[in-house]
Design a protein around this ligand. Structure first.
Ligand SMILES: NC(=O)c1ccc[n+]([C@@H]2O[C@H](COP(=O)([O-])OP(=O)(O)OC[C@H]3O[C@@H](n4cnc5c(N)ncnc54)[C@H](O)[C@@H]3O)[C@@H](O)[C@H]2O)c1
Length: 326
């Protein structure tokens, strides 16, 4: 049974992996055997997570990066594999087997389990460069988790900010980060999956995708779009590219993290706000989620254990979405 969840030999890319929930997912992927590209806009956060994962390998993370860089420069066939990738699609298909062999070689020469990559999910060029770096260093991309996302205080109604005054750039920023920041990486990394005819994409939706939550109109609209896109891409990619590429989403319930702390707890006292209390009252399990509450569902969806599952959005919410309130 454990074999179905085993990710040994797989390479996973996790966007937003410097953050609270996705750093936990990155650690769980590595523990299940995958190599993990830790992508984040915040380089320090990405490095911290990658270093944590790599602990137990070669001691100094910087040494490891330099060592891998030297290997890449010094080894002509690795450089060739990277150049193959840049050439046309036909060449790329032919070079996949080469890359697999090269990755296998590299696995034996480097102990890196995780690679930190600074990258914005809103910049296609940066994403394409990240894909080249990851394929060059880790060999391929089997799994993409689109984790970068979140809400902003400036896009949230409150006693001092009405819906009519919500600044459009704040709303647009939230829409962009959550939905464009899911579509763009799916294009860039999904293309590599389409060429190798195998892969898994996991998006991160939210409770507000099923029914909107008060105050956060941009975030609700954006996550509804993420759930819709999950179903759309699952069908499109099966029909046009491969039956072995799956696309699903997790809809986390309420996890106390930086993006929602201002809504759920009082800044001064740390006590729950009325909204925080309402959430707990409407969560049959009576608590906020812990980041590792997500990892079992995540590992199921990205592994062969879910090989006939595509196009679904799984709530991980302590029962919140099942409870009518009565
Ligand atoms: N916290 C919750 O209760 C909750 C609930 C439902 C869904 N989610 C979703 O889960 C995901 C992770 O949330 P979290 O609570 O861990 O948030 P977080 O703020 O801790 O992490 C988000 C990470 O994304 C990174 N990021 C921001 N903009 C980026 C960009 N343009 N390019 C690359 N990286 C960027 C940030 O630097 C940060 O490290 C988000 O999609 C969020 O919407 C969270």
């Amino acid at each position: 049974m454990e074999e179905k969840f085993d990710l040994t030999g797989k390479v996973a890319v996790v966007t937003g992996a410097g953050g609270v929930l996705c750093s936990e997912m990155a650690r769980a992927l590595a523990a299940a055997g995958a190599k993990v590209a830790v992508l984040d806009l915040m380089e320090d956060a990405a490095k911290r997570v990658a270093d944590e994962i790599n602990e137990g390998g070669i001691q100094n993370a910087e040494d490891r990066r330099q060592k891998a860089e030297e290997e890449r420069r010094d080894t002509p066939d690795r450089r060739q594999a990277l150049e193959d990738w840049r050439e046309g699609a036909e060449d790329r298909r032919e070079s996949i087997d080469d890359r697999r062999r090269i990755a296998e070689d590299r696995r034996q020469t480097t102990e890196d389990k995780a690679l930190a990559v600074k990258c914005s999910v809103l910049d296609k060029k940066q994403l394409e460069e990240a894909r080249e770096t990851i394929i060059g260093r880790l060999g391929r991309v089997d799994i993409l988790i689109n984790g970068a996302g979140g809400n902003k205080k400036e896009a949230t109604t409150s006693d001092s900010l009405t819906f009519f005054d919500l600044p459009m750039d704040a709303i647009r920023g939230v829409l962009d980060l959550n939905i464009i920041g899911t579509i763009l990486p799916s294009q860039v990394f999904g293309k590599a999956m389409a060429e190798q005819k195998q892969g898994v994409i996991l998006n991160i939706s939210s409770m507000n995708a099923f029914r909107p939550l008060t105050k956060i109109c941009g975030y609700s609209a954006a996550k509804a779009a993420v759930s819709n896109f999950t179903q759309w891409l699952a069908v499109h990619i099966c029909q046009n590219y491969s039956k072995d590429i799956r696309v699903n989403a997790i809809a986390p319930g309420f996890f106390l993290t930086e993006q929602n702390r201002f809504l759920l707890t009082d800044e001064k006292t740390g006590q729950l706000t009325p909204r925080g209390k309402t959430i707990i009252e409407h969560t049959p399990m009576g608590r906020f989620g812990q980041p590792n509450d997500l990892t079992g569902t995540m590992l199921w969806l990205v592994s062969d254990a879910a090989k006939f599952v595509t196009g679904i959005v799984v709530p991980v919410d302590g029962g919140f979405s099942a409870f009518s309130g009565v």
